[in-house]
Design a protein around this ligand. Structure first.
Ligand SMILES: Cc1cc2nc3c(=O)[nH]c(=O)nc-3n(C[C@H](O)[C@H](O)[C@H](O)COP(=O)(O)O)c2cc1C
Length: 346
């Protein structure tokens, strides 16, 4: 049901939405009780917004006023990058049951899931650094401003070059007053090496170590994509746990998107699916990682994301070892989601 809150307009492009952030309202925000923290930093609730919906500081402050206490600034780079063209958010039909399909079909209206196609655009560093600093100044104390960063690889870059570019962004974010940095180790919409870092434990470890070196005193979170196999999950944990405070999972799951006429959208390339379609996969992966962390006594936190949209989903994540949750799709479809979850309790 539409709760009437101003929201992202999927018929308009990224630049238009960037310039049309709604003004924060003054809705009453119900308390949730309990003690919550994000990577050791006290916050008022475990409710967060994932990297994506918060295009800039204005969007961030809008969602902060709607009962979200963990605000992840959409992924930024060390250089300017334009967004892909429309459609950036293409609603898809989801065939229930069975294994995750290689391909999905489009739908005219949003039914809970969409294909995400932005290509991780970024304003130039000077712009986002100033925006993060100004936003942190305006944000209440017990709200956590996390900046998501990614490297922009050149074709001949070594893994050390890649790590240095991640580190540059993390350093700038920290200097701008970010409370923490989330490094995006997975992007289903790009095919370069930085899109799949989480599947290469050795490289992921090198980048995580470099990031830790440049932000020794601030929380470092790593965002990962879908991991099916226990061995891969274990190897990734072994490689990054010495450096990271938390793992955030999952990013969108890759699939091709077919139009009604039969042709493939996005020139036949995969895009990340987000929303209800990936909830079960996300919860399953959290259970896998939670089990490994317990079994091997590892010191790292988990943050759940992927298809979450109800109070029961928050509980499901907390029960799978998460200290917090992030919403993207459901909070874009209904920005009043945080208020509703707070009213219902979890
Ligand atoms: C509009 C939109 C933009 C996104 N942009 C990013 C991004 O820049 N960086 C990133 O790490 N994830 C990005 N994501 C992925 C989300 O953070 C999240 O992992 C994914 O959407 C699954 O959560 P959901 O089912 O609640 O949408 C984006 C998702 C959406 C919907």
């Amino acid at each position: 049901m539409d709760s009437g809150f101003a929201k992202y307009d999927i018929t308009q492009d990224y630049a238009w939405n960037f310039d049309h952030a709604p003004e924060p309202g003054d809705d009453a925000v119900p308390g949730v009780g309990g003690d919550w923290s994000y990577c050791g930093v006290p916050v008022d609730s475990p409710l967060g917004i994932a990297a994506g919906p918060l295009l800039n500081g204005k969007w961030l402050l809008y969602y902060a006023a709607l009962g979200f206490d963990i605000l992840t600034y959409k992924t930024v780079r060390s250089c300017e990058r334009a967004s892909y063209s429309l459609p950036n958010l293409q609603p898809i039909a989801w065939p229930s049951g069975g294994t995750f399909p290689d391909e999905v079909g489009v739908t005219g209206t949003m039914q809970g899931s969409w294909a995400v196609s932005f290509g991780m655009p970024s304003k130039p560093p000077r712009y986002w650094r100033d925006d993060v600093a100004a936003t942190r100044d305006r944000l209440a104390k017990r709200k956590f401003l996390c900046v998501s960063v990614v490297a922009t690889a050149e074709h001949d870059w070594s893994i050390d070059d890649l790590a240095a570019d991640y580190a540059q962004c993390a350093n700038w974010a920290a200097e701008s007053g970010a409370d923490g940095v989330e490094a995006n180790f997975s992007c289903p919409n790009v095919s370069s090496v930085d899109g799949q870092l989480y599947l290469n434990p050795t490289d992921a470890g090198i980048v995580a170590a470099k990031l830790r070196e440049v932000i020794p005193d601030k929380p470092l979170l790593l965002k990962v994509g879908h991991i099916e196999h226990r061995e891969t999950a274990h190897a990734l944990l072994e490689a990054v746990v010495p450096f990271a405070d938390a793992l955030v999972m999952v990013n969108g799951l890759s699939a091709k998107v077919r139009q009604p006429g039969g042709g493939l959208l996005f020139e036949g390339q995969c895009r990340g699916l987000a929303g209800e379609a990936i909830r079960e996969t996300a919860l399953g992966q959290l259970a896998l990682f939670d089990g490994l962390i317990r079994e091997f006594g590892m010191d790292v936190r988990l943050v759940g994301v992927g298809g979450l949209g109800q109070a029961a989903d928050v509980r499901a994540c907390l029960d799978r070892g998460c200290e917090a949750v992030q919403f993207a799709t459901a909070a874009m479809v209904d920005p009043g989601l945080g208020l509703a979850i707070r009213r219902n309790g979890f």
